[in-house]
Write a protein that binds this ligand. Sequence first.
Ligand SMILES: *Cc1c(COP(=O)(O)O)cnc(C)c1O
Length: 508
Amino acid sequence: MKLPELGTQLLNHVPPRLLSAAERYLKNVPLLRDRLAKETDSMLADLEHGLKPYRGQFPSFDTLPAQGLSHEEVLNKMGVMEAKEHERWKEGFVSGAVYHGDSEHIDFLNRVYALNSQSNPLHSDLFPSATKFEAEVVAMTASMLGAAEANAGRAPEEHICGSLSSGGTESIMLAMKTYRDWARATKGITRPEMVAPTRAHPAFDKAAHYFGIKMVRVPVGPDYRADVKATRKALTRNTIVVIGSAPSFPHGVIDPIEELSELARKRGIGFHTDACLGGFVLPWARKLGYPVPPFDFRLPGVTSMSADTHKFGYAAKGTSVVLYRGTELRSHQYFTATEWPGGIYFSPTFSGSRPGALIAAAWATLVSTGEQGYLDATRRILEAADAIKRGIRDMPDLHVLGDPLFVIAFGSPTLDIYKVMERLGAHGWNLNGLHKPPAVHLCVTLRHAQPGVVDRFLADLRAAVEHVRANPGEKGTMAPVYGMAATVPFRGLLSDLLKKYMDLLYKV
Ligand SMILES: *Cc1c(COP(=O)(O)O)cnc(C)c1O
């Protein structure tokens, strides 16, 4: 072990509160501060080049052009950029990101958008079609996720219901805000807490941050699934909701939703299944005979869910569904303003105006794909994923983390996995780097179910492993950054760096 690594290891054992105090102190030492600023600036300058490839190649605008460009010119420029950018995802070199991507499907979505581009459900009197599409997307998604069983013999106000949002993050944030307001109104809880496994999506932290809810993260077991015992211990009188993922984004494993939701039900608090990723896969995987533990509204303790139409629902980017058990719970999501001189105002989600065209595209995708379409797509994805898992398990230097269905995380007991990822990058692959523990994942989509993609991936992976094994001294450029980001004990500095990176994104 090298000295800096030893230092990092030691620092990782310092209590977090002491560490952030030390960090604040160190940040204010002028010499260190200047040195840090210099290092940060040079690192960002290196990254800037790769982030802004069109500079010099196309005109940049930091002010309106005096005379507008011709439509022709605008379309030409965009066409050139799009052609460059679609190469990687079209050929299946990318983890997740584009979940369907067949040209025919995209053309269809574009025609639906063109027909509905002026539509906005805020004006439900002008665009009753948008309202119809939204209601039906919510109903179809609910029905796919166990609504029939959950609703049987129940009064209509206890039926599964929901809203369409702009994406998984908004669905999750809506649900968390709903629980906050519900718990305040019905239980008088003013210092709410949510309990989530460490692997649950950061959208829950974002909700906690925005809505003043305390986030309590609980560790996962060796199989990367939520630890039920630890979850039970984390519950307090202020807990308003427990969270489970089906499956989790990093490792693609499904939490023990049945046990977790029972914990919540026995206490009379909420349970949210985050099925943003799996909502449109797991119901069909179960029908195909894959082992899928219960995760949806068939479980009486599950009181809300999120499922992304814009992931494996195959709709255009910008829609997701949030579902609730009963209209009473959903009513805590709604907003009304009765005193505004602009008229009485109400809005079910965070946005005011909403893109009717994207809602129409979600509806069009669901009704044109149908059950058979989702079954076929899921079969192709799971077959590709099975072949990839087999291939990785056959490589002695690699191991698959947990027992995933279609998001395959792998690490290495012998090699620096970030170097393997970087090597794969040289072959054109764009995978997700994970940390704690160091690993890489591939979220399998229809792009990978195209002929030849799985074989190409496994061949490139084998070559990458060989290369890293044969060149242990090679440093790489991004691998050390990943290694550093995974182990640096000063998380505040890392957060500052990420904020600087976001500033960079906004540079013209
Ligand atoms: C993608 C994802 C989210 C967040 O969805 P966005 O659409 O990116 O906002 C939340 N949870 C899981 C499990 C996801 O995979």
